[in-house]
Design a protein around this ligand. Structure first.
Ligand code: F6R
Length: 638
């Protein structure tokens, strides 16, 4: 989907192409790169690529590797310059960008090692300026960058040009923004381990490239993409300076495009087809914009906000308001599994069959409780046959400190003769922890123990919510055990495990998450695995009869117009859910300290979860609840 009409071009100051998936976008960009490489090769000239790291370009690199292997695309004549490197890390550190590039691209194609350039993260501070200058010179000597690939940070950074970076900046040593460090915390197994500084090409270096492609996936990027594409150029969002580039294109997926005006409020940029979905989206937006409850919107509110033609089609504001009030009212239910024996014509879930076989899929332990702890409790107490399946162990998110605590306990029990086992396993893990240091990869034994810690937390949490432990199923999907965050690859074995679970349970309803996430995140991979498994069994009778409800994580709850089922929680139920969240002790703040930091930690956000949705329903003139858990109904495309 491409921006065409002039109204759009006024708002969107950078050509932005929206693709159905990250894979589709990556194929387009990889083809552009391949074409240039081949053209240059034919002219006997090298191609100079500017490369990025992080989750975003991984699929692009996989596509380039595929082209190398299957289509004889050669990189022998290619020179590369990476955008940035963490300061203080040498090239072998597992999180260094030099190492990342070797793992994700360099080692899989015929690039000459001497043609690859990554800023030196180990340069002495006094020598940093000269080293950065030499990096700029090397780019110039190579003839300048032909194609620059970029991701974008939630701060609006490109490279590591954080807010405050001007358009003339060149390669230099910079301080990382606190949001950027938080976003990297999982990769470094804790925010405290994330370097504070980096060496990055400047905005000016990037703008000097002849062509720029910026890629972005997932709803987490939607806000910064909209501000970059539609906002005024500002140092507060360095990516906005790309508006000045004559040959820059954004290639993004639908989720990352979600806050562009043409997607979020298309009636503001041109005529729209007033389908029921579009009407719902627009009227709920109008209520938010005017600060009015639904039943108080008047004709002028509609006409002054680009929605006059809706009234032409539908009559007075009064009629549209009532309609929307009823639709929204009917999303509310205290019976997420359906209310047996009740008229269900205006309820989100069917009354029959009862009880339902309800399957809740949680990518890691905690995702379930966080987003739908109250619903878990209701499904159980209302007599449904609930299964909570934890798709991965989540062991990578357990701090070493928690393992040390567990080891001490095991050693004390063994040495006191109470556990009936010797202490050899605990001592082995103790030695392995010592040997790996802060950044080494966890051994199989350490990961096993970390996984057990998360299991015991999941059980404690479920007990708090009234869900008995025999309803919990730990899938331990293999993809997770083989990888690191942002580098996972889902395989057939994962799909087979999911398929086996579905075949054995034949659920009437499935609660899942991961739709619209960054495609390399654990929830997105788990969702993809579910989709593939559902596709395989799409002809089974139970699939025809199964409703899929999507939930979302904290801070990313569904917008009101997207909610098909809203499950309200009383103050007591809400408090109980929070206690359930707090059973996940290994997920507590690892950066406990300042109040500012605490407000950004998901564990510490527990008290805020689900309250924004409740406040919105109240503001729309519906009932005033303590909290609301919300779900969107989803049908897989077969
Ligand atoms: C990486 C880089 C950064 C990332 C950005 C997005 O070399 O320069 O600007 O592109 O932080 O990171 P991901 O892709 O991990 O979301």
């Amino acid at each position: 989907m491409q921006s065409t009409n002039s109204e759009l071009n006024q708002r969107e100051k950078i050509p932005t192409h929206i693709y159905e998936s990250a894979d589709e976008a990556c194929q387009v960009v990889a083809s552009a790169i391949a074409e240039l490489i081949r053209d240059r090769e034919a002219e006997g000239k090298p191609t100079v690529l500017g490369l990025a790291t992080g989750s975003t370009p991984v699929r692009l690199y996989r596509e380039l590797i595929r082209m190398h292997q299957e289509e004889a695309l050669s990189f022998a004549n290619v020179v590369t310059f990476n955008l940035d490197e963490y300061y203080g890390l040498d090239g072998d550190h597992p999180e260094s960008y030099r190492r990342f590039m070797r793992d994700q691209l360099f080692d899989h194609v015929d690039l000459k090692p001497e043609n690859t350039h990554v800023p030196d993260g180990r340069v002495e501070r006094e020598a940093a300026y000269a080293s950065c200058h030499a990096y700029e010179q090397a780019i110039t000597d190579a003839g300048g960058i032909d194609i620059q690939i970029l991701g974008i940070g939630r701060t609006g950074h490109i490279g590591f040009n954080e807010p405050g970076s001007g358009p003339e900046t060149l390669t230099r040593l910079v301080t990382l923004d606190s949001l950027t460090r938080r976003d990297a915390a999982r990769d470094f197994l804790g925010e405290a381990n994330v370097p504070r500084h980096a060496i990055t090409m400047g905005v000016g270096t990037i703008l000097a490239a002849r062509q720029v492609f910026l890629l972005a996936w997932g709803e987490g990027k939607a806000s910064v993409i909209a501000r970059t594409v539609e906002g005024a150029p500002t140092e507060a969002i360095p990516a906005t300076f790309l508006q000045r580039h004559a040959n820059c294109r954004f290639c993004i997926d639908r989720a990352a495009a979600g806050q562009l005006t043409r997607i979020s409020c298309p009636w503001l940029v041109g005529p729209v087809d007033w389908t029921p979905e579009m009407t719902r989206k627009a009227v709920l937006w109008l209520a938010g914009k005017t600060g009015k409850s639904l039943l108080k919107l008047i004709d002028e509110d509609y006409t002054e906000n680009g929605m006059a033609d809706l009234l032409t089609e539908r009559g007075r504001a009064y009629d549209v308001n009532i309609d929307l009030f009823n639709i929204t009212q009917h999303t509310i239910t205290g019976w997420p599994g359906g209310k047996p024996g009740a008229d269900d014509s205006n309820r989100p879930e069917r009354a029959d069959p009862f009880p339902k076989r309800s399957l809740v899929l949680s990518p890691e332990p905690l995702d379930d409780v966080y987003s739908m702890g109250g619903t878990l409790n209701r499904l159980t107490t209302q007599g449904h046959l609930l299964t909570v399946a934890y798709q991965t162990t989540g062991n990578l998110a357990v701090p070493d400190e928690d393992v040390r605590g567990a080891i001490e306990l095991m050693i004390e029990l063994a040495d006191g003769g109470q556990s009936g086992t010797d202490n050899s396993f605990a001592r082995l893990v103790e030695r392995q922890l010592e040997a790996k240091g802060s950044f080494g990869a966890d051994t199989a034994e350490i990961r096993h123990l970390k996984g057990l810690i998360r299991r015991s937390e999941a059980r404690a949490s479920a007990r708090t919510l009234g869900v008995s432990n025999d309803r919990l199923h730990f899938m331990d999907l293999p993809f997770y055990e083989k990888g690191r965050y942002r580098r996972f690859v889902a395989e057939d074995a994962d799909v087979a495990a999911m398929r086996a679970l579905l075949d054995s349970l034949k659920p009437h309803q499935i609660f899942a998450t991961g739709y619209g996430h960054d495609p390399l995140s654990v929830p997105a991979l788990c969702f993809d695995i579910l989709c593939r498994a559902l596709k395989e069994c799409s002809h089974a009778d139970w699939v025809q009869d199964c409703i899929i409800w999507l939930y979302r994580g904290p801070g990313q709850e569904w917008e009101t117009h997207e909610i098909d089922m809203a499950v309200p929680l009383s103050p007591d139920e809400f408090e109980n859910k929070i206690q359930g969240i707090y059973q996940h002790q290994s997920q507590r703040s690892q950066s406990a300290g300042t109040a500012e930091k605490k407000t950004h930690n998901t564990w510490d956000l527990a008290h805020q979860i689900n309250q924004a949705t409740a406040a919105t329903y109240d503001a729309l003139g519906l009932a005033d609840y303590e909290a609301i858990e919300c779900f969107k109904r989803w049908a897989p495309a077969h």
